[in-house]
Design a protein around this ligand. Sequence first.
Ligand code: ZN
Length: 188
Amino acid sequence: MEASENELDSPDRLQWDADEHSKWLTLALHLAKKSPPKPTNYCVGAVLISPSRKYPVLSTGYTLELPGNTHAEQCCFEKFAKSNGCDVEELHTVLPDDSTLYTTMEPCVKRLSGNKPCAQRILEAKNIKKVFVGVTEPEKFVNENNACKILGDSGIAYEHIPGMEKEILEVATAGHEKEQAEESDAAK
Ligand code: ZN
């Protein structure tokens, strides 16, 4: 039986997607490594792109890049707004309408500090149509991060890109007190 030609799910197309995702997530991870490790948060990196542009990167950010208790997505958005001469509240007026966010970790939906959660910032940015994450947030600081549902309900495509979880979590938790690892995997 011959499969009908469908560009969207051809192996070439899927491989192209995988390569693109890996490229941007790798950049986000590289940014996460610049974040100063702290016991009270995760070192996260974020990349905002416009895939239709010749030079797709709009902005980048990582946890604590900007002064204050700043998150990666927040830094990414604030830098883009500033470089376009507007306040972050006006971000949607300067964002291309195919904006796509890559972040090493699922955007937060609640912040213990009372700051605006990143999922909320993504919604307010309006033109972010897709969000790709490297890992979902471990339930350490805030239970039940349901960014997936919140963003999905607002029509934002949300996808977990598998394959880099181990390295992403190592970087994210670099400032956390390490629990004694079990010996079970140690034997070679
Ligand atoms: Zn956040």
